[in-house]
Ligand binder design. Sequence first.
Ligand code: GLA
Ligand code: ZN
Length: 669
Amino acid sequence: MEFGKMLHGGDYNPEQWLDRPDILDEDIRLMKQAHINCVTLGVFSWSVLERQEGEFCFDWLEEMIDRLYREGICTILATPTGGMPHWLTEKYPEVRQVQAEGRQNLPGKRHNFCYTSPKMRDLTGRIDRSLAQMSLRHEGIVMWHISNEMGGNFSDSACHCGQCQRAFREWLKEKYKTIEELNRAWWTVFWSHVYTDWEQIHSPVPHGENLVHGLNLDWRRFVTCQMTEFLKWEIASVREYSSLPVTTNFMYFFKPLDYDKMQRELDVVSWDSYPFWHKVKDETDMAVKAAACHSMMRSMKKKPFMLMESTPSVVNWRVNNPVKRPGMHMLSSMQAVAHGSATVQYFQWRKGRGSFEKFHGAVLDHKNDGNTRTFRDVADVGGRLAKMEGRILKTCNRPEIALIFDWENWWAVEDAAGPRLDLDYKKTFLQHYRAFWEAGLDVDIISMERELEGYRMVVAPLNYLYRKGYAERVERYVKEGGIYITTYWSGIVDDNDLCFTGEHPLEKVLGICQEEIDAPGEGFVNSITFLEKLYHTGDLCEIIHCKGARTVSVYMKEFYAGAPAVTENRYGDGRAYYLAAEFEQDFLNDFYREMTQEARIENPLGAKLPYGVTTALRKGEEDLIFVQNFNDCKVMVKTPGRFEEADSKIILDGEVWLEPFECKILTEI
Ligand code: GLA
Ligand code: ZN
C-alpha cells in the first residue's frame, strides 16, 4: 500500500444530504480544517446508486469524488453490498438469509444476505462492475473497500438456507470424497449418527444436530469459505476494470470468520476498532485488547494495516457510551499507528439526522461546526500524522516474538464438552499477550499455518487443536534453536477434532506426558513457587509427568502436590516450556520477563515500565519508539539511554515524562 501519505479520514455519506448543498459545502471546508485527506464513499449506498434493477445513477457520486479530489481529498470506494435495497429483496426473496432456526429474515438491517445465492452474485457483480468501470474516469479513487464488515449482522453470521445446505454438502464431498471417510472423520458411530447419504447432512442448528464436533468444525470452515468466495467474487468483479488495491474491513477477534484465511484475498488488511475506553477507571485491560487486535491485523501480512474505522468520540450501541476523556482520542489513534497502522479513519464524518446511528459519534455533530472538542481532537490527530508521515511510513514493526492465535483452535476448544464448559480461548490468549504488553514488547500474532522461523520465541496458549503439519514445524523450530512455550490442554486433537492416541505429537519436544486435567471447584486453589515467589493457579490444573523435561515448579497442594506444574526441555538447539496450569496474571508477567531476559529480548527503551504504560517499536532506517501512557495521570519512565522526541526534537535524558493518556514518539540518540 503506497498512498505516499498517512490517510486521515473516514466514512462519508453525502447521499444523506443531497438536498442540502450548504451542508456539502460546509463538509469540504471543515474536512480541510481537520486535515482530512481521504474519505470512504459508497458504504451502504446501493439504493441510491441503483434505484431499480439496472437503473444506475452515479452522478452524485462521481461529482463528489471529483470535487473532493480537487480539494486534495482522495476516495476509498466501497462496493455497496453491506445493505440491500428493497426492490432487490422484494424481487428476489432467495437472497434473504435463513437463520439457524429455519426462519428467513425479512428485508432490512444489513450484512444479512445469502452469500451462496447465485442471484445475489449476479446482482453484486453487476453493480460492482459498473462502479469499477466508472472508477476509471476518476483519479480521486485510490482503493476498493469491499462490502462492509462481512458477517457482522447482529445475530448469526451464517446462512442456513437450502442453497447453503446444498453447497455445504458439495463442499464436504469435495473434502472427503466418500461418505465413509466423512463418517470416520466425524466419529459418527457415536450415538448412531452414521450417515448413509450426503443428503442427510444438515448444518448444525439448535433444534437439530449440534453435538458432532467434526460437523460443527467443518460447518464453520465452510462458512468462512463461502464468505471468502463471495469476497473473491466481488474482488474479481471490480478487477474486471480496475487494478486498484482492495481491502475489506474486519472486526476485532470475530469468532464466526477465520480472518487469517480471508485476508489472503486482500491487498491490504483493514479493521474497525471500537475499544470501550473509560468502561472502568483502569484502562489497561482495554488497551491490551485493542493492542492485540492491531498486532494481529499487522501480523496477517507483516505489513502496515489500515485503521478503517474508529469513533472520534462515542459509539451508540453500548449500554453506556462514555465520551473520550481529553487525550484519549490522540492516544487511541496513535496506539494503532504504534502497532503498524498506516491510517487513522473514522466512522463517521457527519452524524445523520435519523435512524439507528444518529447518535453515533462523528467528527461533525448535528449542531455546531468545527467548534467542538471532538473536532479539535480530530484536527490534532490529522496535524500530527501530516507532520510525522514521512518518517512513520518508512517503518514497520518487526517483533522477535510470536503468539499463536488460531480460529480453528478457537472453534474446537470452545465447542468441546470438557474439561470446563466455559473455556475462553480469547481471554486466555489475551492474558499471555498482556504479559508482553506490560513489558513493552510488541509481538506478532499468527495462525498455526504461519512460518515460525525468524522468531526468537513462539508462545502457543491453550493450543488444543493441532493443524496438519504444525507439530512437525514446531519440532523443526525448536531443534533449530527456537524457544517454544505452550500450556495445559494443548495438542489434544487433530484437525478433524479427533483425539490423538498414543504419544502427544510434541512429546519429544516438550519432554512431558499429560495424564489428567483437573478443573477444581471453589476452595481447591493450588499454588506454585517460581523464583521464590508464590503464585496461585486458576481454573485448570493438568497433571503431567516428565519424560526428559526438567521440572521448574511443582504443585504445592492436593494429591498431586509435588507433580510438575512448569517444565523446561532442551531439544536440539532450542528449549520448550510447558505451563501445566492456568496461572494468575502476575505469574505470566514474571515468567515471561524471565524468559525474555534470558533470551536478551528487551523493550525499545530498555526500561522497566510503570503500570499502564507500554511501548511499540516501528523499525526502519530510523527506529520509532511509541511510548503510550494509558493512565489518567502523569507518569515517568526511567531510561538508561537518551532519546529525542520525534515531534518536538526535545532531548530526554534518563527520564521520559508522560502526561495523562499521552503517546510520545521517540528515537534513540
Ligand atoms: C461498524 C460499521 C459502521 C458503523 C459502526 C458503528 O464498524 O462498519 O457502518 O455501523 O460500526 O460503530
Ligand atoms: Zn444461504
